[in-house]
Write a protein that binds this ligand. Structure first.
Ligand code: ATP
Ligand code: MG
Length: 340
């Protein structure tokens, strides 16, 4: 449909920052041909921020891949009697009410067989069930339409994060099928936890503790208004030690929440999380790596999702490099250029 050189706009509409990557697939690595990032003033300004990005960036396509997240997105990993993909799509409509807190008619559902046969002798298979409330999808589509964009695919933040990681791992030789890693993306409103085994997601959870809570901690400690606290948090300069002290209790709370997820996964699957990979704008917080390594007793690694893309000559590499930590979800959305 798009000839050999397909092009899409991967648009991560975060709660504080919008990240847009225009990519094309010319055969080898996916090429990043243009990008933009802008802050959203408040929730009502999302549409203005997207329009602003579209106005000032000469993107060559309006066809976009986006993602949704939040409490209207339900992800479940369920064991079911063995059956084929088509049969599963029918069967899940009758079983879904056991797993999701919404009426089946209120949601759009999708399923994927993760394991044809679980190794516990039960003869069951492991299925990924994703349900998204229709009203969230409608609002999302409306937003894109108002911005003059065409929606090609709507993904889920956690899976985009996983896809970005998997693409990077593939480029560097692939993930061993038994390797268990946790991806933690710390944004402004939420922290996304995604535990992968051999590149497949086996656990995801959103914790509503992230950048905004760290800004509040800074605001309380230094008696600053929201904007001033945000500025100091992001550029602490010679006050880094004081900022680190101010945010430490919140970092500990977040570390505890993440550890609870690790404990749940480890009990459920009898497998240990081996490494932790951090992304998201708030990954840059002073003292975060030390606090997490202490809490988890594992290595905590910052990774660069851009490593799996080639950057078109002439693009501002320094500017895009400075954003790298924030681009995990958008790179995962960009990976979809390969898959239709
Ligand atoms: N240098 C920095 N130090 C600390 N925090 C930072 C820094 N730069 C950005 N942040 C924080 O990162 C957050 C934005 O990151 P990101 O773009 O990943 O979030 P988002 O995708 O908009 O949010 P969410 O995923 O929660 O919807 C903001 O809370 C911002 O304050
Ligand atoms: Mg985000």
């Amino acid at each position: 449909m798009f000839g050999r050189n397909k092009r899409i706009l991967a648009l991560d509409i975060g709660s504080s920052d919008i990240k847009a990557l225009e990519v094309n697939d010319a055969g080898g690595k996916i090429e990043l041909s243009n990008f933009a990032c802008t802050k959203i003033g408040n929730q009502n300004e999302t549409i203005f921020a997207i329009r602003e990005i579209m106005r000032r960036s000469a993107f060559k396509t309006k066809r976009c891949v986006t993602s949704v997240s939040g409490r209207s997105v339900i992800v479940r990993y369920v064991n079911m009697a063995q059956m084929g993909e088509q049969e599963l799509k029918q069967a899940i409509r009758f079983e879904a009410d056991k797993y999701i807190p919404f009426e089946v008619d209120e949601v759009v559902m999708d399923t994927q067989i993760l394991e044809e046969e679980i190794a516990d002798g039960s003869g069951e298979m492991k299925v990924l069930l994703v349900a998204v409330r229709k009203n969230l999808i409608e609002e999302h589509l409306h937003l894109l339409q108002e911005a003059g964009l065409q929606s090609a695919i709507i993904d889920v933040d956690a899976f985009a994060l996983g896809n970005a990681f998997e693409m990077r791992a593939r480029e560097s030789g692939g993930l061993s099928p038994e390797k268990v890693v946790a991806l933690i993306d710390i944004g402004s409103n939420k922290t996304n936890i995604n535990i992968l085994k051999g590149g497949t997601s086996y656990f995801t959870r959103e914790v509503y503790l992230a950048g905004n809570d760290f800004s509040e901690a800074v605001s309380r400690k230094f008696n600053l208004d929201g904007q001033e606290a945000e500025r100091l948090k992001c550029n602490p300069d010679d006050q880094a030690a004081d900022v680190e002290e101010a945010i430490l209790p919140t970092l500990d709370d977040l570390g505890n929440e993440i550890q609870l997820s690790f404990d749940y996964f480890e009990n459920q699957f009898d497998r240990v999380v081996e490494e932790v990979y951090i992304s998201g704008g708030s990954a840059q917080l002073p003292g975060l790596q030390r606090a997490f390594e202490g809490a988890f007793e594992k290595s905590v690694v910052f990774w660069d999702p851009l490593e799996s893309l080639v950057i078109k000559p002439g693009l501002d590499e320094k500017a895009i490099g400075a954003l790298a930590g924030q681009l995990a979800v958008s790179v995962g959305l960009a990976s979809r250029v390969r898959r239709w």
